[in-house]
Design a protein around this ligand. Structure first.
Ligand SMILES: NC(=O)c1ccc[n+]([C@@H]2O[C@H](COP(=O)([O-])OP(=O)(O)OC[C@H]3O[C@@H](n4cnc5c(N)ncnc54)[C@H](O)[C@@H]3O)[C@@H](O)[C@H]2O)c1
Ligand SMILES: O=C(O)C(=O)C[C@]1(C(=O)O)C=C[C@@H](O)C=C1
Length: 364
């Protein structure tokens, strides 16, 4: 018996999910695109078994439907799907970065025999589009599911079982609580990064030295300011109330620093850094838990677009399992350093040998 998975919106997240499922025993992955250009990109990238512009065709007989479109479109897609003849027992899920509004909409239009289970993989990137999709994206990351109490345990477990292909760790959270927490640890940081970049951009208009001298610290804190504007417009508007509260708290934090500086309170400044240092050191690496990386290698990489994808693909093609990768330093015109982590020493050795054979400088 074949399990059909339909993915609506085959971009970074939809494409990465498709790659996790495609080729697994008894699974067929069908991608839906809203316009011919997107269809062509999905087909060229080869992340699905079949792609279509027809919602009906994609949804027909699907056992699982993943909605991976921008948050602002989720409710519209849910409503349209509800009007289609879905397979009895079909599980509809989404990957949106906010969960309360889509959960409320699903509750309103619920229909017997179709189960909606909200989802949110806590992994991503500032890149977007199917070209950035990767099988490794979700590995060891947390994947939040927000089932309503009406969802049968059997349906929840079916979804959990399927998501095992992502190698993510599933965690069940209430949708409203999800939005409060993710507002603080993901949405607020995106706003801060964008505001900071735009502040410096304004100074740079008067003197180009700002951009020229911007180094590791500025890059580290602002990577996410390069995220997709439409995706983030929708996320912020969808979590507006939570964010308005968080921004008031943020203003208080900044006011605190103004007071410390005005009073030249060195001890107070030290105390703030110490508190932050302590909490940050307790974060699981890359917000990933369960399995710790044991074997690391470091390689010099030129600062060129797509280089990390190329390295991951090279290792993937040789079935070398990467547990983590991180850019330690990346400056314009200067090679960056990439840390690759492996769970097995043998995999690290194979990766090292292969990357050296490709001409990379590798350090252990
Ligand atoms: N980017 C991240 O880090 C991240 C992480 C977790 C969850 N999410 C969520 O995943 C979802 C997809 O985000 P992404 O990063 O994959 O974005 P993306 O831009 O890479 O993909 C979005 C997909 O939706 C399609 N789409 C865009 N406009 C459309 C329209 N008008 N009608 C129909 N389809 C349209 C695009 O063709 C594309 O395939 C969002 O809901 C986002 O909140 C993103
Ligand atoms: O790593 C990044 O670039 C991300 O933005 C990923 C990130 C996050 O903020 O952590 C962004 C949005 C998601 O909904 C989940 C994860």
């Amino acid at each position: 018996m074949t399990t059909k998975i339909a993915i609506f919106g085959v971009g970074l997240i939809g494409g990465s999910l498709a790659l996790c499922f495609k080729g697994k025993p008894g699974i067929t992955v069908v991608g839906h695109a809203h316009r011919p250009e997107s269809l062509k990109r999905i087909e060229e990238r080869g992340v699905v078994d079949a792609a279509t512009l027809s919602m009906e065709e994609a949804a027909a007989d699907a056992d699982f439907i993943f909605l991976c479109v921008p948050v602002g479109l989720l409710e519209d897609y849910l409503r349209k799907l509800t009007e289609l003849p879905l397979k009895p027992g079909c599980i509809v899920t989404d990957v949106g970065s906010t969960k309360a509004s889509v959960a409320a909409c699903a509750a309103k239009i619920a229909r017997p025999g179709v189960h909606f289970i909200g989802g949110h993989p806590m992994a991503g990137s500032e890149r977007s589009g199917v070209e950035a999709a990767s099988t490794l994206l979700f590995e060891n990351a947390y994947y939040v599911l927000t089932p309503s109490p009406d969802v049968p345990e059997e349906a929840y477990q079916r979804l959990e079982q399927l998501l095992a292909y992502t190698k993510a760790q599933i965690v069940r959270v209430d949708p409203v609580l999800h939005d409060e927490i993710v507002g603080a640890i993901s949405h607020l940081p995106h706003i801060i990064a964008v505001a900071l970049v735009n502040q410096v951009r304004n100074y740079n208009d008067g003197n180009g030295l700002y951009r020229m001298l911007a180094a590791g610290g500025f890059r580290d804190i602002t990577r996410i300011a390069s995220s997709d504007p439409v995706i983030w417009r929708d996320i912020l508007l969808s979590n507006r109330d939570v964010l308005l509260h968080l921004l008031k708290d943020w203003n208080r934090e900044i006011e605190g620093f103004i007071t410390l500086l005005e009073a030249q309170n060195g001890e107070g400044i030290e105390a703030e850094f110490q508190k932050a240092n302590q909490f940050r050191s307790e974060l699981p690496e890359r917000r990933k838990g369960a399995i710790t990386s044991l074997f690391d290698i470091y390689i010099d990489v030129p600062d060129t677009p797509g280089i990390i994808g190329q390295i991951a693909t090279e290792l993937g093609l040789r079935h070398i399992n990467l547990s983590n990768m991180q850019i330690i330093e990346s400056r314009e015109d200067v090679p960056g350093v990439l840390r690759l982590s492996f769970r097995q020493e043998g995999e690290m050795e194979r990766a090292k040998a292969h990357l050296q054979s490709l001409g990379y400088v590798v350090y252990v």
